[in-house]
Design a protein around this ligand. Structure first.
Ligand code: PMP
Length: 393
C-alpha cells in the first residue's frame, strides 16, 4: 500500500501530453477523478464487502434524531473532524444526506418559516456556486426563492426582509476565504464548507457555525458515493432537515454510508499513524499526498498562464495551517481564470481551443471569467496546461 508522492510520477515525458490540440478537454464540472490514483494505490484498505443480508432495514438508529444515520459513519465524521481540526462537532447533530446537494435543500426547507407572507430570499455573494440559484428555484417553492448576490441584497434590503445567506468558504468558484456579507443579527446562515480541507486551504481554526455542510465528494474525492453531512447546532432545525430527507428519499443509502465510513476511517488512519510527516519513507498520508498534488498543479497552471499572457488568476494570502503546521497559500479545487484585454467571452475563447469551462455568468459575474476544474486525472490536467500555454490572441 505504498502511495507514491505526486512528484515521483510527474516526470513522464512531456510529449505524451501533447495531442496536437485535437481532443476536447472537459473541465466544466468539478469531477474529482484526481483522487483515483491515491485510492488505487491504497489497494484493499478501503475495500468493503456487503453481504446480501446486510443493510436491509430502512432504519439505522432509532435512538438518534436522524434515524437513518449509520452510527459507524457518524463516528468516522467526528473522528476525522477532530483530527483535522476543521469543524467543531461537540453538541452538534449530524444529519446525513445524499450528497451535500440534498442537505442544501433540506436546510432551506428547515430554515424558512412555514407560514411566511412571502418566500424567504436565499442569497450568496457573487461569484457564487452556480447550482445555488438552480437548486433554490427548481421547484418554485412558496417557502424560499433565489435572491441573488448577497452584496446587492445587503444594499437593497431596506425593508429588512428575512433571508438565508449561503457562505461558501473556500468559495466555489474563486477559492476565496469568506465570511457572511449581509450583516444582520437576525440573519440566517448556512456555511457550505465542502472545500475546508487541508489539501485546498490552511486550516486556521475549527469552524463553529450553526449549520455547516460537508461532503465526501471534495474531501476524499468520492463524489459517486453521494454522501454529505450537516453539522447542526439547533435540534429543531436538525429535526426538520431529517423530515425533509424522510419525505424526499426515506433516508440515505446505508451501503453508501458504510463505504464513506470506511474511507473516512482510512483517511484518519493515515493521519493518525504519522500526521503530515509521513511515518515510513515514501508513504504519504492522504492530505499530504493531495496537498502536494494540488500544489504541483497550481504551479504548473501559473507557469502556463504566464506563458500565454492572455489570462490572469487570483492570488491568495498565505495562512498558517494548524493541521499541517506550515504556512501556504490556498490552492483551490477550481481555477478562476480571467481573460485580460479586449476579449469579452472567456468561455467561447477557450471553447475554440477545445477547452470546456463554465463562464462567469453562471456564477453571477462577467463572462470575462471562467471556472476550470483542477481535479481531473493527471493526463487531462497536463494536456490542459500545455494547451493553455500555447493560446494566443
Ligand atoms: N457545495 C459546493 C460548494 C460544491 O462545489 C459542491 C460540488 N460541486 C457541492 C456543494 C455538492 O456536493 P455533493 O456532491 O456532496 O452533492
Amino acid at each position: 500500500n505504498h502511495v507514491s508522492s505526486p512528484s515521483s510520477t510527474s516526470s513522464t515525458a512531456r510529449t505524451e501530453f501533447e495531442d496536437g490540440g485535437e481532443s476536447v478537454i472537459n473541465l466544466e464540472q468539478g469531477d474529482p477523478t484526481m483522487y483515483e490514483r491515491y485510492w488505487k494505490e491504497m489497494g484493499e484498505k478501503t475495500t468493503l464487502v456487503i453481504s446480501g443480508w446486510q443493510s436491509i432495514s430502512y432504519f439505522s438508529d432509532l435512538t438518534n434524531l436522524c434515524w437513518f444515520l449509520e452510527p459507524s459513519f457518524a463516528d468516522s465524521v467526528i473522528r476525522l473532524h477532530k483530527l483535522v481540526g476543521n469543524a467543531v462537532t461537540d453538541d452538534r447533530h449530524i444529519v446525513v444526506g445524499t450528497g451535500s446537494t440534498q442537505l442544501f435543500q433540506a436546510a432551506l426547507y428547515a430554515l424558512c418559516p412555514p407560514n411566511g407572507s412571502e418566500p424567504m430570499s436565499v442569497v450568496s455573494a457573487a461569484p457564487y456556486y452556480s447550482s445555488y440559484p438552480l437548486m433554490t428555484d427548481f421547484l418554485k417553492s412558496g417557502l424560499y426563492k433565489w435572491g441573488g448576490d448577497a452584496h446587492r441584497f445587503s444594499k437593497d434590503n431596506n425593508n429588512r426582509r428575512p433571508y438565508v445567506e449561503i457562505v461558501t468558504s473556500p468559495n466555489n468558484p474563486d477559492g476565496s476565504t469568506r465570511r457572511a456579507v449581509v450583516n444582520r443579527i437576525d440573519g440566517i446562515l448556512v456555511h457550505d464548507l465542502a472545500y475546508y480541507w487541508p489539501q485546498y486551504t490552511p486550516i486556521t481554526s475549527p469552524a463553529d457555525h450553526d449549520l455547516m455542510l460537508f461532503t465526501v465528494s471534495k474531501s476524499t474525492g468520492h463524489a459517486g458515493t453521494r454522501i454529505g453531512w450537516a453539522l447542526v447546532k439547533d435540534k429543531e432545525v436538525a429535526r426538520k432537515m431529517t423530515k425533509f430527507i424522510e419525505l424526499n428519499t426515506i433516508g440515505v443509502s446505508k451501503d453508501s454510508q458504510l463505504r464513506a465510513a470506511k474511507i473516512l476511517q482510512a483517511v484518519a488512519d493515515t493521519c493518525d499513524c504519522g500526521g503530515v510527516g509521513s511515518p515510513e519513507e515514501g508513504q504519504a498520508t492522504f492530505f499530504e499526498y493531495s496537498h502536494n498534488l494540488m500544489a504541483k498543479r497550481w504551479n504548473q497552471l501559473r507557469v502556463a498562464v504566464e506563458k500565454s499572457q492572455l489570462f490572469s488568476l487570483p492570488e491568495f494570502p498565505c495562512g498558517f495551517c494548524k493541521f499541517s503546521a506550515r504556512s501556504f497559500q490556498s490552492q483551490p479545487a477550481f481555477a478562476w481564470l480571467k481573460c485580460e484585454g479586449e476579449m469579452e467571452d472567456c468561455e467561447s475563447l477557450l471553447g475554440r481551443w477545445r477547452i470546456l469551462s463554465r463562464g462567469g455568468k453562471h456564477f453571477g459575474v462577467s463572462p470575462k471569467y471562467v471556472r476550470i476544474s483542477m481535479l481531473p486525472r493527471d493526463q487531462i490536467f497536463h494536456l490542459f496546461t500545455h494547451r493553455l500555454s500555447t493560446i494566443e490572441s
